[in-house]
Design a protein around this ligand. Structure first.
Ligand SMILES: Cc1ncc(COP(=O)(O)O)c(C=O)c1O
Length: 430
């Protein structure tokens, strides 16, 4: 009996779907469906794999361990789970490129790496990992308090900002979560995971939000409006007056605004001061970007005491590990590293503005490029073949299929990126 669509794990891409038939106790027969090839063709890796492996419509034998039971819906990354940036190992294997010649500019990481003080703190604390950390990461919250200027009584720390979002969804959902797209996809994923319903509002052509449109979507079921400033993937800020309009429009309702400031250090303006003024505002931040601690998972939220009290009641205890806490405190104290990281990004953005397509103005550590009339997947494939990983934004709901996000790298990496885009232009725009 054939079961519906399963992914072959070693294909490593969600867009190849297969019929799976169990033929005996240990062997599965897997056939890439012919009718999916048209679809697969639109996805560079799937198409590439089918061609190279010669599996179009043929029977191939795959051990059971290579098959997962995940279901996927092609082309809608937001609905089928979080789509992370591609890894160096993946690209090295797919394109047979030496690992050390690949540059990874698809996940908005810090090209300087972490602060040395943070690395030292991790090393020094390593022998203490048999002991639980503080359950509420109090010392880290004190350091965040010093950095943000907000009292520790208004701060929570979590396993990345994603962890903070998850805990908030635990207390706010079920209900509706308004999300202006395109934006960071994890808001909708987390809301759904907690039995909530994402409600999508559209940003305009320049990725600006429309506060009145957002407020018109508010119902008695609305529990949260997610706003991202600077927005991922577009890099633009939300005007403070727009945020205030939404906060005031929600007054008297059992709903908050979650303002995501993951990239705020690279921008000219934060709105975190409003967290002290509006009881219904939660500001999320992370140490994954400007502080270079993405691998350790440290994020935080600034919120009213009322919301914090509810948050702590339902939060996972010990959410921030002892090593992450130590590194976080050290990184927050290393202002020199922070300053250098910000300067590098600001210089790099100027360099990336030289990419020969429309490059949106960005206040983050990435730029968004519209590669029209070309498709984003074709451009990303071309760059990957030259060992450059960037982010194809077609998996962002509402982003269309011509947007590519490029993280700012070192000066040398940025120059390589501009050159590769120019080469693409030279090759395909003749
Ligand atoms: C806008 C935005 N918010 C939140 C996050 C998640 O941050 P963290 O690594 O702290 O979970 C990301 C990560 O890329 C992001 O782009």
């Amino acid at each position: 009996m054939s079961t519906p669509f399963h992914r072959i794990d070693h294909v490593g891409h969600p867009h190849i779907r297969c019929d799976r038939r169990r033929t005996d106790h240990s062997v599965y027969t897997t056939r890439v469906r012919n009718d999916l090839l048209n679809d697969a063709k639109r996805h560079r890796f799937a198409f590439h794999f089918c061609r190279v492996a010669g599996i179009a419509g043929k029977q191939i034998i795959t051990p059971p361990t290579k098959i997962t039971s995940m279901k996927h819906t092609p082309g809608t990354g937001t609905d089928s789970g979080y789509v992370p940036g591609r890894s160096i190992a993946e690209i090295a294997e797919e394109y047979r490129i030496p690992v050390d010649s690949i540059i990874k500019l698809g996940s908005n990481e810090n090209p300087l790496g972490p602060s040395h003080a943070a690395v030292r703190a991790v090393t020094e604390r390593a022998s203490g990992i048999s002991v639980y950390p503080e359950s509420d990461a109090r010392d880290l919250c004190d350091a965040i308090s010093e950095y943000t200027g907000h009292p520790a009584e208004n701060i929570v720390a979590g396993a990345g900002m994603d962890g903070v979002i998850d805990t908030l969804m635990r207390i706010l959902m079920p209900g509706e979560a308004i999300t202006p797209t395109p934006t960071f996809s994890y808001y909708a994923i987390s809301a759904r995971a907690h039995h909530g319903t994402p409600v999508f509002a559209l940003r305009d052509r320049d990725f600006a939000i429309d506060p009145q449109d957002i407020l018109s979507q508010v119902t008695d079921e609305t529990r949260v409006v997610f706003l991202c400033s600077p927005n991922n993937p577009s890099g633009n800020l939300i005007p403070e007056s727009d945020l205030q309009t939404i906060l005031e429009g929600l007054e008297g309702r059992d709903a908050i605004v979650f303002l995501d400031e993951a990239y705020v250090e690279f921008s000219e303006r934060s709105m975190i001061h409003l967290a002290g003024e509006y009881d219904n505002l939660v500001v999320g931040r992370t140490l994954s970007k400007a502080f270079g601690l993405a691998g350790l998972r440290v994020g935080y939220g600034v919120m009213s005491e009322r919301i914090r009290e509810r948050y702590l009641r339902y939060a996972t205890p010990f959410a921030v590990s002892s090593l992450a806490t130590a590194a976080g405190i050290a990184a927050l104290g290393d202002r020199e590293h922070l300053k250098r990281s910000i300067e590098l990004v600001r210089d790099g953005r100027r360099k990336l503005a030289g990419i020969p397509f429309h490059v949106y103005l960005s206040e983050a550590n990435f730029v968004l490029v519209d590669v029209s009339p070309h498709r984003s997947d074709a451009v990303c494939d071309f760059l990957a073949r030259s060992g450059i990983i960037v982010r194809d934004c077609s998996s962002f709901r509402g982003a269309g299929d011509s947007l590519v996000r490029v993280s700012v790298g070192t000066a040398e990496q940025n120059a390589r990126v501009v050159e590769a885009f120019s080469e693409f232009q030279g090759t395909y725009n003749k």
